[in-house]
Design a protein around this ligand. Structure first.
Ligand SMILES: [Zn+2]
Length: 272
């Protein structure tokens, strides 16, 4: 009697194991449901925010709300409860957890440079979330028992806490870097480019962002955000290949913002 419940749950979960994703039309192996992923994202986010130094410095904070909500509007995920927070930390990092929980670190702002650069990064990170890359990684890397443990007992009590946080996208935050696979990166680049264009930002700025970002890989070891992302040459080529479609989407956007406002460099992120 006692053992029937996990088996039943396993059966119910297996029904959702192969789903077709709207954005790519491809079938993926998923052991988690979107509800479970969003719940994990929500818990993970709450946990990060508990210890992170949140800042509402203007005008960056308002710009983040504007860019974030414009990307959210085109991402079309009514099941997401979007949130955009700015974390005052000199980290080259940004992520979006399942459910639309976004964090941008002040350290990456100089490389974003303007609203469109921010839209390129947020578009890319949101695409990881809407394409359910975390769910796919959790399904592949963690056992069913871990998934059930997290959704029933909460992320904080999970023994695999750091790894799950890494799989959800907040790797650098917990010090466990779990890079997305090459395929996931390419997908996120492509869908992210479409998001930024449809949100009214000049898609060419995505290439400018990755070029600025590639500059810092010269010399010493790449920063964390970059080390989890593939080389810039191929990425820029791939973006270029899809640029004409993206420009067409940009022209059809209800409003064109171009590069948008420039982002001021915050005092604490100034490099000496
Ligand atoms: Zn990525």
């Amino acid at each position: 009697m006692k053992n029937t419940l996990p088996l039943l749950l396993l059966f119910i979960l297996s029904l959702s194991a192969c789903v077709t994703l709207n954005e790519t039309g491809q079938k993926k192996l998923l052991l988690t449901t979107t509800e479970q992923e969003n719940q994990m994202g929500e818990e993970g986010y709450e946990e990060v925010l508990k210890t992170a130094k949140i800042t509402k410095t203007e005008p960056v904070y308002s710009i983040l709300q504007d860019v974030g909500s414009r990307i959210a509007a085109v991402a079309n995920r009514p099941d997401f409860t979007w949130e955009y927070n700015l974390i005052d930390e000199d980290q080259l990092n940004a992520w979006c957890m399942p459910g639309g929980k976004i964090a941008v670190y002040t350290g990456i702002l100089p490389f974003m440079k303007n609203e469109a650069g921010m839209a390129a990064v947020i578009g890319h990170e949101v695409a990881h979330a809407t394409l359910r890359h975390s769910g796919q990684r959790i399904s592949q890397e963690m056992g069913m028992s871990v998934i059930l443990g997290v959704v029933s007992g909460g992320l904080q009590s999970s023994q695999n806490h750091d790894q799950i946080m890494g799989l959800l996208g907040a790797g650098a935050t917990v010090g466990v870097m779990l890079p997305y696979g090459r395929k996931h990166e390419t997908e996120a680049d492509l869908i992210g480019l479409q998001y930024m264009a449809r949100a009214g930002y000049d898609p060419q700025q995505a290439i400018s962002f990755w070029e600025r970002f590639a500059e810092i890989t010269k010399g010493s070891a790449p920063p964390e955000f970059l080390s989890t992302h593939p080389g810039s040459g191929t990425r820029i080529n791939d973006l270029q290949k899809h640029m004409s479609e993206a420009v067409a989407l940009y022209k059809k956007a209800p409003k064109q913002y171009g590069q948008g406002r420039d982002l001021p460099t915050l005092p604490q992120t100034k490099k000496k």
